[in-house]
Write a protein that binds this ligand. Sequence first.
Ligand code: KIV
Ligand code: ZN
Length: 532
Amino acid sequence: MNSQNEGAAETGGADNRDARDADRVVIFDTTLRDGEQSPGCSMNLEEKIQVADVLERMGVDVIEAGFPIASRGDFEAVNKIAKRVKDSAVAGLARATVKDIDRAWEALRPAERPRIHTFLSTSPLHMKHKLQMEPEDVHQAVIDSVTHARNLCPDVEWSPEDGTRTEHDFLCRTVESAIKAGAGTINIPDTVGYTVPEEFHELIAMLMNRVPNIDQAIISVHCHNDLGLAVANSLAAVRAGARQVECTINGIGERAGNCSMEEVVMALRTRHDAMPYTTGIDTTMITKASHLLSAVTGFTVQPNKAIVGANAFAHEAGIHQDGMLKHAGTYEIMTPESVGLNRSTLVMGKHSGRHAFQSKLEELGFTLGDNELNDAFQRFKDLADHKKDVYDEDIVALVDDAVLRHNDRIKFGSLQVVCGSKGPQKAELELEVDGVAHSESAEGNGPVDAVFQAIRKIFPHDGRLQLYQVHAVTGGTDAQAEVTVRLEEAGKSVNGQGADYDTLVASARAYINALNKLLVKREKTAPAAISA
Ligand code: KIV
Ligand code: ZN
């Protein structure tokens, strides 16, 4: 437990502020709320718990676990995480209504350090067109909602949605009233990713100067990445006095995403000379958290993504490699080890034993239970029989595929495909649906189409295929194929992933994975006002 959070349950965020190091930046992770809200990033309960466990272990101060009123699944996830997490505060989102706030509190109540995060739009555009409320009524609703939340929970955060497009006088007035009503954290969202660093710095400085009771709250920032400026804007705000940054692993989130946690944390750490602020994050957990999130969401990060992309620490150019051999600092501003990436050369093969496999998994950031380990080891052995060298990327793909899907309603059984130039292409497929085995065969326009037709015969659904993408996990003709499938149903889209040394099996697995996510998504009925 860090000292910063310790006081929150008794005193609320405001008093807590005095007790902590003035240069300490609170990391508020919203991967499970704003991140999970974005298209294709749905997680089931078990996946959310796995992510929450990693966030807690890496030292995240506040985990925003979900939006309890959004669905039964969201409520359950926030409630389970609230019961389980001990070292981080657990937040739940609520609109400015009694019903939302009560529901959030019901979910959060068991937490050691619960936080209700309530929000209401304050920009002229949102008030007029989205809320259809007059500014005076919005102001009163802020006071009422924060007061109600504070009567339930000692730690309340308030956000003026679309804060960066809000008139300054009105922003100051609502912030002052929210603090008076008991909010210990005031979060300024750049909801549509519109601001730029200098402007955001000025906005935060303006609030610090003009709001008379601002010293009784922590200023937080919540930046979206529509212009690719979320991290730069967040850092500019910290320089102006903000001491909480809201962010997500891999920068996932609505539209272009949220501020990326790994980038903001590593920027503060690497450029401490220019930005003398600290966080409580154990940065060596970053790679693990990133891999886990990619695995559970199917959202892989681009190879050149800062900090966690596959190429972030790769040096291909001869001149760079030569410099690196002489002194790593020539081309490396931070070490791979500092983000938990080991420069391992251990390549696995069919003679590698269970123990070596387990060490490799741990090195890659996976800690599996006995059953999961057995499943993964079986898959590894099978792969190693078909592939001479098994690389880290193969193992990540395999663990993702073999282990993280075991709660799925629909499970892959077996597949036989007839393909080639003579046609017709035909697939014979076995699936397990809710524990019952089914088999079907289907013809199609090509083998992939035949496989997908067979899935539709076994499990009829309205989902439309929007994307089918294959990439080789490593080089060589024996490389595993990693397939991504995007399905869309009733305006909701999900991404599924599957990996196998057989491209058609990988395709079936990816489709089934997407279908399972669609089933989870069907349960969700997000309230209209969730636009952030
Ligand atoms: O982007 C946004 O405005 C949000 C709020 C709910 C904080 O996500
Ligand atoms: Zn947001």
